[in-house]
Design a protein around this ligand. Structure first.
Ligand code: HEC
Ligand code: HEC
Ligand code: HEC
Ligand code: HEC
Ligand code: HEC
Ligand code: HEC
Ligand code: HEC
Length: 357
């Protein structure tokens, strides 16, 4: 994915990161003074906090005021079946409406899910205190609206259903729970305390106590448990809390192309996978604090770590010496998803073979 940072905030993060990059060798005090406004309080001491705020994961939920998709497209419109849709910008708000020619339903958008810079955005609408998931979403590949994944197959009964799907309490917990931080406390929804996106404290424990104890510089320091000292399997399950675990997908049965987006499942199905070998863990290829690299060559050392003679049974390739992922992790279109996901089931791809679910 090509990271784009078009917003003013994004640009200033980029600028401050660029400046910070130069200052990395300078004393931490200097780093803290560069740009307090857009850097995380953790950045004084941890380089992880410099680039993380600009990742798609950290920006997996947008407020309506800040959604680049909504700001850059002041009028979006599309037809789907007998329904016509419009999303119109009014000041810093956006109104979503649908009509069947006779009846029109309009609702303000409350949040946009999915990073503006990534695959697409689905909108959360509000009416009479209820939240709805929009039936139409914006997709980068279309540069416009298309049916929300999962909604494409069904025909809405009326104009209300055509607008969106009423979200249950559990839907809200799950949806905001994966795309934002502090959105839920147990089974209680805490949208008033919600921080958009996946932030440090969503993955690391005890961060507040840690920050306070570090700044106090007195008493016993609180140190969050390290996440680096875990197995490939534990990391898969950890990331799988949101990217779905192998068990979750395996339990659904009926394997199909729909599981292409569930990397922990796909990777576990690969012959390369070894639950105890950290070289095949998610964080071996992805630093969760940085934007994903779209350069195939960047992944070669990861493959070579085992296939370069480092692991019994991992042979060398008879065909090529680099850009391994271009052939062995093919990009496959998710039907209705308007995006080609990289298949994490690393394998020899045979011409015309059916998708190995
Ligand atoms: C004033 C400096 C300072 C600040 C600010 C700070 N930390 Fe730390 N952090 C430390 C130190 C020192 C350690 C202990 C490092 C060690 O034991 O190797 C640590 C350890 C950690 C660890 C565990 C690292 C490991 O290897 O065990 C995590 C995770 C962490 N901090 C996250 C955060 C987060 C998130 C924030 C912001 C909310 C933050 N820190 C703010 C200084 C700081
Ligand atoms: C709290 C939920 C959550 C956890 C835990 C989580 N992710 Fe994510 N991740 C997301 C969401 C949501 C997105 C979609 C971002 C977007 O809108 O495009 C995402 C996107 C990504 C992307 C794609 C980024 C891009 O450039 O588009 C990568 C890579 C990724 N996650 C890796 C990881 C790894 C590795 C872990 C485990 C260390 C992990 N994630 C844990 C929620 C999570
Ligand atoms: C179990 C965690 C989880 C839940 C629940 C969840 N998401 Fe996501 N979502 C993700 C992850 C991880 C990604 C990134 C990988 C991907 O694209 O599949 C993502 C990606 C997206 C995207 C980017 C486009 C796309 O299809 O990849 C949109 C839009 C989105 N989610 C909307 C929603 C909405 C709306 C809800 C609730 C109705 C929701 N998500 C519920 C984890 C979750
Ligand atoms: C999506 C989950 C996720 C988010 C969000 C996240 N981290 Fe991490 N972090 C991890 C994982 C997983 C590791 C272990 C990486 C490895 O082994 O290479 C890690 C490692 C670290 C470490 C090294 C010590 C350790 O725990 O192993 C520090 C320090 C740290 N993170 C700080 C931060 C800060 C500061 C933020 C917010 C700006 C942040 N992290 C956001 C998942 C996350
Ligand atoms: C051997 C290397 C490797 C490992 C291990 C790995 N990935 Fe990936 N991942 C990739 C490559 C290559 C891409 C495609 C990057 C690109 O072209 O944008 C990718 C892309 C992604 C994306 C973005 C969606 C897409 O397909 O473009 C997500 C999310 C992701 N990985 C999550 C994970 C998770 C979660 C794990 C652990 C279960 C994991 N990855 C393990 C190599 C790896
Ligand atoms: C943790 C070590 C490890 C890593 C990292 C790893 N592999 Fe493997 N891989 C193996 C092992 C071991 C086998 C042989 C397993 C078997 O045949 O039972 C294998 C098998 C394969 C196969 C043959 C699969 C088949 O369908 O017969 C291919 C192709 C492959 N790996 C490519 C890659 C690529 C490309 C990467 C990097 C993106 C990679 N591997 C990363 C250990 C690894
Ligand atoms: C241009 C596409 C291409 C690229 C790039 C590529 N491979 Fe392959 N690879 C293949 C094909 C095709 C086969 C099957 C060859 C056969 O069966 O004769 C293969 C076979 C393999 C095998 C199985 C070997 C065996 O003897 O069973 C492994 C392991 C492997 N590749 C790893 C890698 C690694 C690691 C890289 C990067 C250094 C890589 N490949 C780059 C196409 C590619």
């Amino acid at each position: 994915m090509i990271p784009k940072l078009p917003s003013a905030i994004g640009l200033s993060i980029l600028r401050s990161v660029a400046t910070l990059g130069l200052l990395l060798v300078a004393p931490v005090i200097a780093i803290a003074q560069v740009d307090r406004q857009h850097t995380s309080p953790c950045a004084q001491c941890h380089t992880e906090a410099l680039l993380q705020p600009a990742t798609n994961m950290a920006r997996a939920l947008d407020t309506v005021e800040q959604s680049r998709v909504l700001i850059d497209h002041p009028l979006l419109s599309a037809n789907n079946g007998k329904y016509s849709y419009r999303i119109e910008r009014k000041g810093d708000q956006s109104i979503y409406s649908v009509t069947d020619g006779t009846t029109t339903v309009s609702m303000p958008i409350r949040w946009a899910l999915g990073a503006s810079s990534a695959i697409g955005q689905t909108f959360i609408l509000e009416k009479d205190g209820e939240l709805f998931e929009s039936r139409m979403s914006w997709f980068r590949e279309l540069n416009g609206l298309g049916p929300t994944l999962g909604a494409a197959g069904s025909v809405p009964a009326d104009v209300h259903e055509a607008a969106g799907r009423l979200m249950s309490h559990d839907d809200k917990l799950a949806c905001f729970g994966c795309h934002a931080t502090n959105a839920a406390h147990g089974s209680q929804l805490t949208l008033d305390k919600m921080i958009p996106g996946v932030q440090c404290s969503h993955c690391h424990e005890e961060t507040e106590g840690h920050l306070a104890s570090m700044l106090r510089r007195r008493g016993e320091p609180v140190i969050p448990p390290a996440l680096s000292k875990v197995s490939a399997e534990q990391t898969s399950n950890f990331c799988g809390r949101c990217h779905r675990t192998w068990a979750e997908i395996a339990m659904q049965g009926n394997p199909s192309i729909a599981n292409i987006r569930f990397q922990p499942y796909r990777l576990t199905e690969s012959k390369c996978y070894d639950p105890d070998d950290a070289r095949i863990s998610c964080v071996s290829c992805h630093n969760p604090h940085q934007e994903v690299s779209a350069q195939p060559v960047d992944y070669d050392p990861k493959c070579h770590a085992c296939h370069g003679g480092g692991k019994v049974g991992a042979k060398a390739c008879p065909v090529a010496k680099n850009n391994c992922v271009t052939c062995h992790m093919p990009k496959i279109e998710l039907p209705g998803g308007h995006y080609k996901f990289s298949d994490h089931r690393i394998r020899i791809v045979k011409p015309n073979e059916p998708y190995p679910g």
